[in-house]
Design a binder for this molecule. Structure first.
Ligand SMILES: Nc1nc2c(ncn2[C@@H]2O[C@H](COP(=O)(O)OP(=O)(O)OP(=O)(O)O)[C@@H](O)[C@H]2O)c(=O)[nH]1
Ligand SMILES: [Mg+2]
Length: 657
């Protein structure tokens, strides 16, 4: 159903997990190993869940279940997506790991190799992005690296497929790395006691001991399940006592020992030749991170998006599809067939009436929303693959701090413009519960998804620039003020922000098309049934005579407070299922001339701030819990109508549109 949803377990004899730092090409390699497509983008944090597939490797063509995982900087997780990857290693107990590394940053990768060695998992190292390393004059002595680590190392360029054949052939050669980092006697003593007193005889206990020493509390649920209660309690007391005995933070100490070993290995295997590489793309990349000309570039990006999605797709294409193809051709055609096939009036109305499956649900889904999301996904794919988004995170870091967030949260918020449901899952990349909660609230409240945004832009485009500025101003006002208040009210801290900035890359059209296709399939599977369900609800409410009653009951809010025609209630009803369906309903009303400019702006503010759609609501329950999701639901509902009414009042008073 969802592009990020965990797929059904696939059973093959052996299990192989792809592990690596963020944005190093794990998902591209997963696609090569399994022949399946999972999302690939040029920013850290693309994958936040596990994907599974099957592949056969080695001379014996042995079958493996292959698992793609979110990127990790360390197996001592600092965010939820890292925890997903680490738990996969502990719980699935894979037969081997393909560690994917960025050849441009071997040092960072070695930290992870050392941790895998401590967990005693067989590893084969895919030294990826060899093309970019070469361009920068980085040369790595592969054979020596193999010898020093005691594992097979295969250079690859995942996007062209170079080295992938060799990687596949050598997968069965994976070995537990024989390179073991030696720590200080006090650390070694601590780890030994954990191994002997608490964890008996399983592979990888040294790794677990070191994670515990570093203060990894995310391991507790796993150990709680594994150990008897009294042993687990004794372990907690032991940890508390022992960790106090260290003068420096144990986390820092462990990191430093690994760093020393990593640098030692690099000094032997790597040399940098030639001059420092600096291309035009790199310069452009730097500009996008500074306020000047960064904000100008951002404005240009938004303008291009408006032109392509708002004007071209939502205007020209939708007009053509809706007015020419659907109204003049497809709908009359279906109406004729339905009328001649089903004599019963009830069925005719159900299929092609005012609230008909063909005339409302499918027309809205296919003629209005489909072209808009296609255009948006294309445009967004270009942005994702260029490497612009992590740079935007750096530039907006300061603004996001106002809202108790940091630049890392830019990514889930911008992804929300594609699909808010997806974005709620991406909040896993954030470091604290507080940040994840604030992002979930703001996504539900003030980030319109692509389908909705397209319809909104098209409607505003038909009015005036003033209308657009008012709509945008109100949304940004509520976004920032609700964020600011949440940051003040909710307990917790704002964390510092570090991000590895990937190079600006030329987007690959084939990847973008694969991504657009996957997202469209997902859209058709998820949105169309909900559009049909929404139409069915309206149809039944109409037949059972509750539609008018609901409209009557809602009229104090919709008509008197927000100043809208009573028929907009229908758009809000279907908006409970999907906000874009609600927006499409308003679009249709505006086209029929039932909304004046002020009403258009007010209704668009309401539908933008309106409750999360059903899918987003369900994912929010899964990620944040039922209580929080319900609180977000009622909060956004209240704010939406509060803001709409207030705006109606102000606009009636100042009369600027
Ligand atoms: N030049 C070059 N680019 C690559 C190579 N491998 C992957 N990429 C690009 O690197 C980016 C990241 O690739 P992904 O496969 O999404 O990386 P990932 O490790 O799965 O990333 P996360 O899921 O975010 O941790 C994409 O833009 C790829 O096109 C390579 O060998 N050379
Ligand atoms: Mg990935």
């Amino acid at each position: 159903m969802h592009e990020y949803q965990i797929e059904k377990k696939i059973i093959a004899e052996k299990k192989l997990v792809l592990i690596g730092n963020p944005n190093v090409g794990k998902s591209v390699i997963f696609n090569h190993l399994t022949g399946k497509y999972v999302t690939v983008s040029n920013y850290p944090g693309t994958t936040v869940d596990i994907s599974r597939g099957i592949g056969s490797f080695g001379l014996g063509k042995e079958k493996y279940t292959v698992m793609d995982s979110p990127g990790v900087n360390s197996l001592h997780p600092h965010s939820e997506d890292e925890e997903v990857a680490r738990n996969l290693l502990l719980e699935e107990k894979p037969d081997l790991v393909v560690q994917v590394a960025d050849a441009k940053n071997l040092r960072r990768a070695l930290h992870l190799t050392f941790e895998l060695a401590e967990l005693e998992i067989p590893v084969i190292l895919g030294l990826n992005m060899h093309d970019e390393a070469k361009e920068r004059g980085i040369r790595i002595n592969i054979r020596l690296l193999e010898k020093l680590l005691g594992i097979p190392v295969v250079p690859t360029v995942a996007i062209t497929g170079d080295g992938i054949g060799e990687l596949k052939n050598r997968i069965p050669e994976a070995k537990i790395p024989n390179k073991k980092v030696r720590y200080s006697p006090e650390i070694e003593e601590f780890v030994k006691r954990i191994e002997i007193d608490f964890l008996s005889g399983e592979r990888g206990n040294r790794g677990i001991g070191l994670m515990l020493l570093a203060g990894d509390m995310t391991l507790y649920p796993y150990l709680n399940k594994k150990l008897k209660k009294d042993k687990f309690d004794r372990l907690l007391t032991f940890l508390e006592e022992e960790r106090k005995g260290f003068v420096h933070s144990p986390d820092w100490l462990v990191f430093n020992y690994r760093e020393r070993e990593a640098i030692e290995i690099i000094s032997q295997v790597q040399e940098i030749v030639g001059k420092i590489y600096s291309s035009l793309a790199e310069k452009l990349g730097k500009w996008t991170m500074r306020p000047f000309p960064g904000y100008l570039i951002l404005l240009a990006v938004i303008y291009l998006m408006y032109k392509f999605v708002g004007e071209f797709a939502a205007g020209t294409i939708v007009n053509f599809l809706e007015e020419k193809i659907f109204q003049q051709w497809i709908n009359p055609f279906f109406t004729k067939i339905v009328v001649s096939t089903f004599p019963l009036k009830f069925i005719q109305e159900f299929l092609v009436g005012e609230y008909g499956i063909f005339t409302m649900a499918l027309t809205y889904a296919l003629a209005i929303i489909f072209p808009i999301v296609t255009a948006f996904f294309l445009f967004f794919g270009l942005l994702e693959d260029s490497g612009y988004l992590p740079r935007l995170s750096v530039m907006l870091d300061r603004v996001f701090r106002l809202m108790g967030l940091n630049g890392k949260a830019v990514l889930p918020m911008v992804l929300g413009l594609g699909c808010d449901t997806m974005a709620v899952l991406s909040a896993r990349i954030l470091d604290t519960k507080k940040e994840r909660l604030i992002v979930s609230i703001l996504l539900a409240l003030a980030v319109p998804c692509s389908a909705q945004l397209g319809v909104i832009l098209a409607m505003l485009g038909g009015l005036s620039w003033k209308a657009t500025v008012i709509w945008l101003g109100v949304i940004i006002f509520f976004l920032v003020s609700v964020g600011w208040l949440s940051a003040k009210i909710l307990p917790g801290i704002t964390t510092p922000f570090f991000v590895e900035i990937p190079p600006i890359r030329r987007p690959s059209m084939s990847n973008i098309l694969a991504k657009v296709k996957m997202r469209l399939v997902w859209y058709l599977k998820e949105a169309v049934p909900l559009f049909i369900l929404g139409t069915l609800v309206l149809f039944l409410m109409n037949k059972l005579k509750i539609l008018n009653l609901t409209k009557y009951l809602m009229s104090p809010v919709v008509v008197h407070w927000a100043g809208l025609p009573v028929k907009t209630t229908e758009a809000f009803i279907v908006g409970f299922l999907r906000r874009d369906y609600g927006a499409a309903g308003l679009y249709a009303l505006a086209k029929e001339g039932l909304l004046n400019p002020q009403q258009i702006v007010v209704s668009l503010v309401i539908i933008t701030l309106f409750v999360p759609c059903l899918a987003q609501f369900l994912v929010t329950i899964r990620e944040r819990g039922l209580k929080t999701a319900a609180a977000i639901f009622f909060f956004t509902l209240f704010i939406a109508f509060f803001a709409g009414g207030l705006l109606n009042f102000i606009l009636s008073w100042v009369k600027i549109i």
